[in-house]
Design a protein around this ligand. Structure first.
Ligand code: ATP
Length: 822
């Protein structure tokens, strides 16, 4: 198959990772890969040297007219990107890395060539770059039937039969229009004698697959769009920076963020940045005039001593009458009514990205592979798919259904049917908004649940610190205040509990915890088994009605011990829940733990810097050691996110045969680099992969074996992987999962209240559970059930869902092909 990929509409971080992944996955499947530069505009313009000949050959063809017209316009591609594509241009299929196979090599310009065949090395190192290196545009010509006829002609001319489009809903609509018109376009080209009978037959169908590249996260039927996590990161960095100055001067800040029809960025920034009030298009403030509602809320915050105020306004925000809400006006209201010293910050194009975060490297890589699979499996009768993601599962959904649903949200907003708009956005969006209100609004007694249902909730951190632990605690505490429960902080784990190190959290006290790394409560690995009887008596002393444990494998172990302790101690007959938080992501049955995203970002940042240094020294291999205990998740995912050449995990171990093959691979790879153009390469080794083949041994071995081809150095990332400031995705997930945990505790507490008052309470086994993400859904797993899936000796799950990632890492560096060459 000949597959072309284009990026279209507004650029977003991660688009380059999509192109890289699609090109590589296509080559690995034996396809010929092409890129179309400058989006649909490039498709219409095609390759001008051909079209000039074509224009001379025909007098009446509309195709030639369109092409002539566009050929007279200035060339969009700039010299820099020409260089980029010319640099090291080689073809992939079968001819992998053999010099001189490219008709374009040797200084021929790519100017005026918009549809270009690409090879393996063209897309090397594209991960770390923001925007899109193949260019994007908004094409008026493609919106016209003549433009699409020219586009069809250009594809047939190059023999391309499948198209991958990465863009927003407009771009995907364009793709669908193109595909549905294809048979007529081909017939028309044939009628105009622009294509032969054989071409008409060979190109009777066009296969299309869509990937959503958009910073707004505005597409229905997928949880995330490519570029949205990076944009959110940029916004949260800005909020974190503003927070300190706002606090110092006791100021209010109004931040305008992108999002014309979609409030995802504003909402998630509100959740992750700990804002006081937000304006999003899908759900304007309930109360009119909204000025009253906003001022009342912020006034309540100020009255209890809050020194800073953050209001976030999506650019498409409006009130319930669709009257736009502008940041400047919000500022005016805050200044006039509350007397606050208020400033406006409009983030603008800084949100478009820059360097993609880890999520915007991993997701596009997995989705790009899936896109190629979808094309290879496509039949003429099957609908075009859009590749999406649900929780942790890459999905294929009918492209036009997703586009229609997306459009329906905007239509519902225009019709002021905000309930419908919220439903169409999907349950997670509604959950996040609900969560925001729970966490940011100060409730009065009238909102709280009846006194007899209220709980005293113990909150404890266990194990090593992980990004998002504090955000989860903040959300739980704020939920407690809203409902009338009492949140009790247990400091320094079970050791602290035994020392009576327990106190009540306050609404204001947890205010800044969203953005704090480490563990505000203090954490350690002491298990309750240190003195179970004493722990039970402390549960009684503090009168806990429920317990939230935030942590990693120890937390799971602690919950297990407490549940088993129910046989002997009535104090443990309360609902207890474990929210996984560990950078190792080693809790059984869950595919995600708080902190793992922060950690991957720390790893990506470090590896980008290391790779740069390695590349500067030309031919250097860096062996990077990661944490993760006996679980190789962070190493494997980190390798995928950084394009590492090799990865060693504890699950697979290291042996001599492996090392011999790996050395052979690196030697082959370096020997095929053009003279003087060798690149730095990464090897990622999880700390517990082998007790014999340590990082130092492997580095020395590579130094010895690399000879004149390459040199080796090592770097240990150690505790830096705990990550400093938690990533926005970890913060937002922390809030969402923590609130779910609180609802779980409430539900089971109510069930206990229904038991006869004079009898000893008996909590059911499923009231001691772990919240997990499994593929596309969120599941509660009773702790006793978890045991069957746990490898207790190695402190990890028996199954690792990411086991295939290592193979993908190797495929993405072309290892099977390169090894096959010798
Ligand atoms: P963003 O989310 O950044 O706005 P988008 O993909 O929605 O991205 P648009 O400007 O709507 O951006 O669309 C990009 C291009 O897709 C348009 O310039 C046009 O070439 C093509 N396109 C959009 N809608 C159609 C359509 N109905 N028919 C043909 N082509 C279309």
């Amino acid at each position: 198959m000949k597959i072309a990929i284009l990026t279209s509409g507004g650029d977003s971080a991660g688009m380059n990772a999509v192109v890289r992944s699609v090109v590589k996955a296509g080559i690995l499947k034996g396809c010929e890969m092409w890129v179309v530069r400058e989006g649909y505009e490039g498709l219409v313009r095609g390759n001008t040297e051909h079209s000039e000949q074509q224009a001379q050959a025909t007098t009446q063809a509309t195709v030639a007219e369109v092409q002539n017209e566009v050929a007279n316009q200035p060339i969009l591609a700039q010299t820099d990107s020409d260089k980029n594509l010319l640099h090291n241009l080689r073809f992939g299929d079968g001819e992998l890395l053999k010099d001189g196979t490219s008709e374009y090599v040797g200084g021929r310009t790519l100017k005026g060539r918009y549809i270009v065949r690409v090879g393996w090395d063209d897309v090397r190192g594209w991960f770390a770059q923001g925007g899109t290196l193949i260019g994007t545009a908004r094409s008026a010509a493609f919106r016209t039937p003549e433009g699409r006829l020219a586009a069809a002609f250009n594809l047939v001319k190059e023999g391309i039969d499948a198209l991958v489009v990465c863009g927003g809903d407009g771009s995907l609509t364009g793709a669908d229009v193109f595909r549905s018109e294809w048979p007529q376009l081909i017939a028309e080209l044939h009628t105009q004698s622009l294509i032969t009978d054989a071409q008409m037959e060979a190109h009777s169908h066009l296969k299309i697959v869509g990937l959503v590249g958009s910073i707004d996260n505005d597409m229905s039927m997928t949880d995330l769009t490519i570029g949205a996590p990076t944009a959110l990161q940029r916004i949260c960095e800005a909020i974190d920076n503003i927070n300190s100055t706002a606090y110092s001067h006791s100021r209010a800040f109004v931040l305008e963020v992108m999002g014309r029809d979609c409030g995802w960025l504003a909402l998630l920034a509100g959740v992750a940045g700990g804002a006081d009030f937000i304006f999003i298009p899908e759900r304007p403030p309930n109360v009119m005039p909204w000025e009253d509602e906003m001022c009342a809320e912020i006034d309540r915050h100020r009255k209890i001593g809050k020194r800073k105020t953050i209001v976030i306004v999506a650019e498409g925000a409006h009130d319930s009458d669709l009257k736009p809400v502008h940041a400047e006006y919000v500022k005016q209201v805050l200044t006039d009514r509350l007397g606050l010293d208020t400033r406006v910050t409009t983030l603008g194009h800084t949100q478009r990205g820059g360097r993609p975060c880890a999520f915007d490297r991993i997701l596009p890589t997995l989705q790009g592979v899936e896109a190629v699979e979808a094309l290879l499996e496509a039949e003429p009768g099957t609908p075009s798919y859009m590749i999406g993601v649900q929780e942790n599962k890459i999905t294929r959904v009918p492209l036009m259904e997703a586009v229609k649903m997306t459009r329906a949200v905007a239509a519902a907003v225009r019709e002021k049917d905000f309930a419908k708009a919220m439903t169409l956005r999907g349950p997670e969006f509604a959950e996040q908004l609900d969560g925001f209100h729970h966490v940011s609004c100060l409730a009065d007694e009238s909102h709280m649940i009846p006194v007899e249902k209220r709980m005293r909730v113990g909150i404890i951190h266990m194990g090593a610190p992980a990004g998002g632990m504090n955000a989860a605690t903040r959300a739980a505490a704020r939920y407690c205040f809203r409902q009338g429960h009492t949140p009790l902080a247990i400091h320094n784990g079970f050791r602290g509990l035994l020392d009576d190190n327990v106190d009540e959290l306050t609404w204001l006290g947890v205010d800044a915890w969203m953005a704090r790394g480490g563990s505000e409560l203090g954490t350690n690995r002491t298990l309750p088994s240190v003195d179970l009887g004493a722990v039970a008596s402390k549960f009684q002393q503090f009168n806990f009605h429920a317990l939230l444990i935030i942590g990693g494998f120890e937390a799971f172990n602690a919950l297990l011990i407490l549940e088993e302790g129910r046989k002997h101690y009535p104090a443990f007959h309360i609902p207890m829940v474990h929210l996984p938080a560990t950078i190792s992501n080693n809790v059984p049955m869950t595919e995600y733990s708080l902190g793992s995203d922060t950690s991957l970002n720390a790893l990506v940042d470090a590896c980008d810097a290391i790779k740069q240094s390695a590349s500067a020294s030309r031919n250097r291999v860096f062996v990077v050691e990661t944490q993760g205990g006996k679980c190789g998740y962070i190493a494997a995912m980190g390798a995928l996110a950084t394009g590492a050449s090799l990865v060693y995990t504890p699950e697979d171990g290291i042996n001599l045969d492996m090392l011999r093959r790996d050395v052979r691979f690196l030697k082959t790879r370096y020997s095929l680099d053009p003279p003087g153009r060798s690149e730095g390469r990464l090897v990622i080794r999880s700390e517990a992969s082998s007790s014999v083949y340590t990082t130092s041994v492997i580095t020395k071995m590579l130094q010895e074996e690399g000879g004149t081809l390459f040199d080796a150095r090592s770097a240990s990332l150690g505790h830096t992987l705990q990550g400093g400031i938690p990533s926005p995705m970890d913060r937002a997930r922390a809030a969402r999962l923590s609130l779910k945990c609180m609802a779980f505790l409430e539900r089971h507490h109510e069930a206990l209240l229904k038991q006869p008052p004079h009898k000893t309470k008996h909590a059911s086994p499923d009231s001691a559970a772990v919240i997990t993400i499994q593929a596309s859904s969120l599941e509660w797993v009773p702790v006793q059930e978890m045991v069957q899936h746990a490898d207790m000796a190695n402190r990890r799950g028996k199954e690792s869902w990411w086991a295939g990632v290592r193979e993908l890492v190797e495929a993405m560096v072309g290892r099977p092909q390169f090894l096959g060459m010798h």
